[in-house]
Design a protein around this ligand. Structure first.
Ligand code: R7I
Ligand code: MG
Ligand code: MG
Length: 349
């Protein structure tokens, strides 16, 4: 479809919810046979076998806070967003939050708090979390702002409310940029798409915070750039095993081990693959492939879903899959509201 069409906005937000809901089944599993993935997905088509509604987890719970905050405040407001995260956690603490971030969310609900960024800075002996919790909720920033400078700045600040380590918040910037470019139709040229992400991240990662965190954590000087180069190498190969993807890119809870992986899932599934059903379209392939990697499946499928959904549009998502997911209906409605904000911004308002 045309760049930044309503179908792409809906596709991005709904497929993110879908990835979270269907990915929950396999989160933390070390090995997930493709057979189990396809069985799980085909049960969604069958009303008698389906286990009813699949609940969303922290990934969607926090993304919904981002969406509501952006819409209500007509832009990024860190105080409002922090309050929404804290309130959401206190109302539904059982959504599967990371074990560290719970401390942040409790502190954010204190009325005495003066700096909303402070609780995140206290994490992990003062270095901050490198978890993927910032990245998993980054897609709405790409749907709210047409200017990539706004997307980068707000995704970073929004992530820093819980993740103050550069390996955490830079993952959110990368995820938001991937959705931003996908919305423009940039994945039609996959080689250019990955090159543009590398160019952007070269700039995002050239600063002292990134260099220091990378040195302390014994990563490459520009950790996300290095991983994106690996994505490009894997893209160029005719066959890649799941084991290689896991060992090269990871499937874990760190942003560095999951955001580039999600991007790879989308690019790898642009074409039909032998391991996937021939009747699957690209979006279905992307979700199924993300789950088959195991590890942090809800989050990788959520992030890959957002990027792929922005590329293929809402029509690519099977209705029977959407019907099973808690929050999919809201995502459908909110996508249109975000698009109004997006177009409002582009009029210079
Ligand atoms: O990043 P975060 O919000 O977790 C998101 C994940 C997603 O998979 C969700 O679906 C949900 O399951 O959780 O939560 P954090 O607690 O900030 O980070 C997640 C985990 O990463 C932590 O509990 C730690 O195990 C690990 N971690 C770290 N470990 C050591 N040192 C993150 N940062 C560090 C660190 O600096
Ligand atoms: Mg989760
Ligand atoms: Mg997860």
């Amino acid at each position: 479809g045309p760049a930044a069409s309503l179908s792409r906005f809906r596709g991005a937000l709904v497929a993110a919810v879908l990835g979270d809901c269907v990915g929950g089944e396999f989160e933390g599993a070390e090995e997930v046979p493709m057979e189990s993935v396809l069985q799980h997905l085909s049960n969604l088509d069958d009303e008698t076998k389906g286990s009813g509604i699949l609940e969303y987890s922290d990934d969607t719970a926090m993304a919904r806070c981002v969406v509501q905050s952006l819409l209500t405040r007509v832009g990024f407001d860190e105080q409002d967003m922090a309050r929404r995260f804290a309130k959401e956690y206190s109302m539904s603490p059982g959504r599967g939050y990371g074990s560290g971030v719970i401390q942040v969310l409790k502190k954010l609900s204190s009325p005495q708090l003066s700096d909303v960024y402070q609780p995140a800075k206290d994490q992990f002996n003062g270095r901050g979390s490198f978890g993927n919790g910032g990245a998993m909720r980054a897609a709405p920033f790409a749907l709210a702002f047409p200017d990539p400078a706004d997307v980068k700045r707000c995704a970073r600040q929004g992530a820093m409310l819980t993740h103050s380590c550069s390996l955490g918040y830079n993952g959110a910037v990368l995820q938001a940029l991937a959705v931003h470019l996908s919305l423009q139709g940039a994945i039609d040229k996959p080689q250019q798409f990955i090159s543009r992400l590398i160019t952007e991240m070269e700039e995002v990662e050239s600063n002292d915070e990134t260099r220091n965190d990378a040195r302390i954590l014994k990563e490459a000087e520009k950790p996300f750039c290095e991983r994106l180069h690996r994505v490009r190498d894997l893209m160029d190969r005719s066959t890649v095993s799941i084991e290689e993807v896991i060992s090269e890119l990871g499937n874990g809870i760190a942003a560095l081990h999951s955001v580039p992986t999600a991007i790879f899932c989308v690019l790898h599934c642009l074409q039909p693959r032998e391991c996937l059903p021939a009747n699957y379209g690209g979006l279905e392939r992307t979700i199924a492939y993300s789950l088959a990697l195991g590890g942090d499946t809800d989050t990788i499928a959520c992030m890959a879903g957002a990027i792929a959904g922005a590329h293929y549009g809402i029509e690519a998502i099977p209705q029977s899959w959407i019907r099973c997911c808690e929050g999919a209906e809201d995502a459908h409605v909110n996508a249109e509201r975000l698009r109004m904000l997006y177009h409002r911004s582009s009029q210079g308002g």
